[in-house]
Design a protein around this ligand. Structure first.
Ligand code: PMP
Length: 349
């Protein structure tokens, strides 16, 4: 079998998800709030009216309508996917041939590298400073020197929580010829977007998701927002019926009841700011300012902390003791009780 596998897959390091028993889960930037607790009955009623013997609507019309009202763009400017991960793959499948270059900043979301490698593309990273600020000039230069097909900009950035300003994104659009993908998976925890520029720049695609702020990670609903022309182009690559009936139905109901998500977002933002203030007070911990629903910390007690979290069955994302994220741990903002437990451990260790 080995000699049949394509070259780009042979050395691929896959996206790893650690599945461990847990008491508190703060490793995957999910929402601590379960929407079923608020509108479970309404959802159940609509689900029983579904016809699962039929394929879902290929164009995802209902959920696109709800999204278009939420975002303030037309339905023809939206493509829905099975998580924004699928939209990422669709973009790479549309634009990146074997040997093409893709540029991003580092550290950032691991899937950019993985999908580029699968396509046989070459992935180049621009490292930020010690405080993880993102150097836009270096990105522009790297993209132009290497004739980059695609540039990924993640804002707020996972795993650092740092942002890229609108001015800087526009600078990249104005000074390169590449396709610019702005990943706004965590947009709702920040509040600034570049979506209003999709008609000015046909090379711009904004990625969003219902996994984070809307608390629907388990349903896998993501979407891309771009000019009509761009959406038509990338839609050619989409698999038929990519979004299943149940996800679409629940996603639409949740969007129709946005005020619940908005309340939860406010609670998470308040907790994030409180957690950050407390983290700043702890000796030996460098907390990176975040506009997202997680906070990255650097610690001089990495191993001891990871052991304690494990003993307490608290899942956090540790990045190891080497590389750009040396001794860093990413803490998803949980409920106030969960965050108190995290702070207690950090203070003790
Ligand atoms: N972009 C970023 C920056 C992310 O952190 C994630 C999830 N970890 C995704 C995209 C993918 O999100 P989903 O597929 O759940 O929509």
């Amino acid at each position: 079998m080995k000699d049949l596998i394509k070259k780009s897959i042979k050395d691929l390091k896959p996206y790893k998800v650690i599945e461990e028993e847990y008491r508190i889960k703060l490793d995957a930037n999910e929402s601590p709030y379960n929407i079923f607790q608020y509108i479970g009955e309404l959802i159940l009623k609509e689900l029983t009216a579904l016809t699962p013997n039929r394929y879902p609507d290929n164009e995802a019309i209902d959920i696109k309508k709800a999204l278009s009202m939420y975002i303030g763009v037309n339905e023809e400017n939206i493509l829905c996917g099975n998580g924004s991960d699928e939209i990422l793959k669709i973009i790479i499948d549309t634009f990146v041939d074997k040997g093409d270059t893709v540029v991003s900043h580092s550290p950032s979301f691991a899937m950019y590298r993985i999908i580029t490698q699968i396509a046989g593309g070459s992935f180049l990273e621009v490292e930020g400073d010690k405080d993880f600020s993102i150097d836009i000039n270096k990105i522009i230069n790297k993209a132009n020197e290497n004739n980059a097909k695609v540039i990924f900009l993640c804002s707020p950035n996972n795993p650092t929580g740092r942002i890229i300003s609108r001015e800087d994104i526009i600078r990249v659009l104005d000074n390169t010829k590449s396709l610019i993908v702005v990943d706004e998976a965590y947009y709702e925890f920040y509040g600034e977007t570049i979506v209003d520029k999709i008609d000015d720049y046909e090379r711009l695609i904004v990625l969003r998701t219902l996994s984070k702020a809307f608390g629907l990670a388990g349903l896998r609903i993501g979407y891309g927002v771009a000019s009509k022309n761009m959406i038509e182009t990338i839609s050619k690559v989409k698999a038929p019926y990519n979004l299943n009936s149940i996800s679409k139905c629940i996603g639409r109901i949740v969007l129709d009841n946005k005020e619940i998500a908005f309340k939860n977002i406010e609670a998470i933002k308040n907790e994030r700011d409180r957690l950050y203030k407390e983290l700043k007070k702890i000796e030996g911990i460098q907390a990176i300012p975040s506009k997202s629903n997680f906070i990255l910390i650097r610690t001089n007690k990495y191993k001891a902390l990871m052991t304690r979290f494990k003993e307490e069955k608290i899942l956090v994302k540790g990045f190891g003791t080497e590389g750009v994220l040396e001794n860093c741990i990413r803490l998803t903002v949980g409920t106030d009780d969960e965050n108190m437990e995290v702070l207690k451990i950090l203070k003790e260790v």
